[in-house]
Design a protein. Structure first.
Lengths: 265, 259
């Protein structure tokens, strides 16, 4: 049993010559569901890329499931933020999901019995049986997101990295994706890093939150981290946190901090 | 019509080329590279006319230039995105060079038409063997890379995280495209490669939702369009290129009307 799924010791991450996170120390327990928040450019995607081994830390030590991060990690599932430009093709969902199964191996893209079973399994897990037969060009954003989640689950990863899976989804679909991820995480005992812009849809599902901003990071329970004091310190600007009927509204001095928080306020 | 040697050669060469064109075309469309395929064939024009100067078969000149351009495009990769103007200007240069080579090599007036619009009825045995060899190599290579190629095409970010080298896959695929373009130019000429490579695959991707069926259907359609086109050319005495392009166009618009 690995005590920590992800460990950062004095890690500095840079992208395009700009330091995004500096000297960050955090440890994410194995089996934990962590929501990752912060404004654009705070380093959410950069952190996921470092965990996947797509970029190397400029300094410090990063351990993923007890090992050095490396590209091609079979134990890491990933749902990227940018989606391929194939959504306008009449390609059926099942073939889209199946392309991820051992897609790194040379040869013809044909599935053996075990491969077909695995594709069926992940499609069933995300409850997308009906979508699998339909062309991608006819799917909505939320439906496509389910198939991307299925792709991320191919090969039973121990660690699931989801980059903004709720972006541009209606609140109803947001909730269903969050519940889906929570259920899968619970039943498979996976560690989940889930980046998002908005805190509220994830409130019931997260074990802890990770806030990134100003090159720094704060990891803790919602009550510990999402407070006016902690966030003001993290962002170096006065921030208020209001709790209304079980929902949380984060306010900067000049208006709402989270762009779409008003929808739930 | 099969009692004539030149007709048998035309059906053989057309068949070989159609199989490669259909198979490569599907990926060309899925990767949004149809313009790149078009561009490669234009670069090939300079190679084809240049090889006449050196006294080599135009096929080898075409191949050398398209392969060179494919490797350059693959190496530039993402940096090429959004540089349509630069690509277009390099294309113009290639066509201009081709015109210069034609001017310097004055003994064959029909050479230009053959390269630009193809001459499937003039294919000799030697060329058929060359086409067959090139097809085996390019289809073999395509089969070898097709799995990571499909992954990198449909889910590039995930593929990269899973250890697929996007650049390597892209360069290998463009090299295969270069070979396919050089072959297709033997049938329909460098100007109309699009009709044979992209047309059938575009139809296939509209009518089927399965990747492998789509590739198979594209191959069958390319074969049908080429063979029927050659037969119609025999019956009417009009150029086979015209009939092939017409069939490709008709099939495409029928599929659009159907969906």
């Amino acid at each position: 049993m690995i005590p920590h799924a992800i460990e950062l010791e004095q890690v500095t991450l840079a992208r395009g010559g700009r330091t995004v996170l500096s000297n960050v120390d955090i440890a994410i327990r194995s089996g934990e569901f962590v929501g990752v928040f912060g404004p654009n450019g705070a380093g959410k995607t950069t952190l996921l890329h470092a965990i996947l081994g797509l970029i190397r830390p400029a300094a410090g030590k990063l351990r993923v499931l007890g090992a050095e991060p490396a590209r091609g990690n079979r134990k890491a599932g990933y749902l990227p933020q940018q989606h391929a430009s194939v959504a306008d093709f009449r390609l059926r969902g099942r073939d889209f999901v199946a392309s991820a199964l051992h897609g790194e191996r040379w040869g013809l893209p044909v599935l053996d019995r075990g491969g077909a079973d695995e594709v069926n399994r992940v499609i069933a897990v995300v409850e997308a049986e009906a979508l699998a037969a339909r062309p991608l060009s006819e799917l909505s954003g939320g439906e496509l997101q389910r198939l991307l989640l299925a792709q991320a689950l191919v090969g039973r990863p121990k660690l699931l990295l989801l980059d903004e899976p709720l972006i541009s989804l209606d609140p109803h679909f947001q909730q269903s994706i969050v519940e889906l991820v929570r259920n899968i995480q619970q039943s498979d005992g996976m560690t989940v890093l889930f980046t998002a812009h908005e805190l509220n849809p994830l409130l019931g599902a997260m074990d802890r939150v990770l806030y990134l901003g100003g090159g720094r990071a704060r990891l803790g329970s919602v009550d510990e981290v999402v407070t006016g004091d902690v966030l003001s310190q993290l962002y170096g600007a006065p921030i208020d946190v209001l709790r209304v009927n079980g929902r949380i509204v984060v306010l900067a001095t000049h208006g709402l901090f989270e762009a779409d928080a008003h929808r739930h306020a | 019509m099969l009692e004539y040697d030149f007709m048998r050669n035309a059906f053989l060469a057309g068949g070989i080329v159609a199989v490669v064109s259909g198979a490569v075309g599907s990926f060309l469309i899925l990767r949004h590279l149809t313009f790149a395929g078009h561009a490669l064939s234009h670069v090939g024009f300079a190679g084809a006319t240049g090889s006449a100067l050196l006294g080599v078969s135009p096929l080898w000149g075409l191949l050398a230039f398209t392969l060179g351009a494919a490797v350059a495009m693959g190496a530039l990769g993402e940096r090429l995105r959004g540089h349509d103007v630069a690509v277009g200007i390099v294309l113009s240069l290639a066509l201009g060079l081709g015109v210069l080579f034609l001017y310097l090599y004055t003994s064959h007036a029909t050479q230009a038409t053959t390269i630009l619009f193809g001459n499937i009825l003039g294919v000799d045995r030697e060329t058929i063997w060359a086409l067959l060899g090139l097809s085996i190599v390019s289809l073999g290579a395509l089969a070898f890379i097709s799995r990571p190629l499909l992954f990198a095409t449909l889910a590039p970010e995930l593929a990269e995280a899973k250890g697929v080298s996007l650049r390597l896959v892209s360069m290998l695929f463009l090299a295969i495209v270069a070979v396919a373009v050089s072959e297709a130019a033997q049938v329909v000429g460098v100007l109309l490669v699009f009709a044979l490579m992209v047309g059938p695959a575009a139809v296939a991707l509209r009518v089927t939702t399965r990747v492998l069926w789509g590739m198979g259907l594209a191959v069958l359609l390319a074969l049908a369009e080429t063979w029927v086109g050659i037969a119609l050319a025999y019956a009417t005495d009009w150029p086979p290129t015209f009939w092939i392009v017409l069939l490709s166009c008709a099939a495409y618009f029928l599929s659009v009307a159907w969906r």
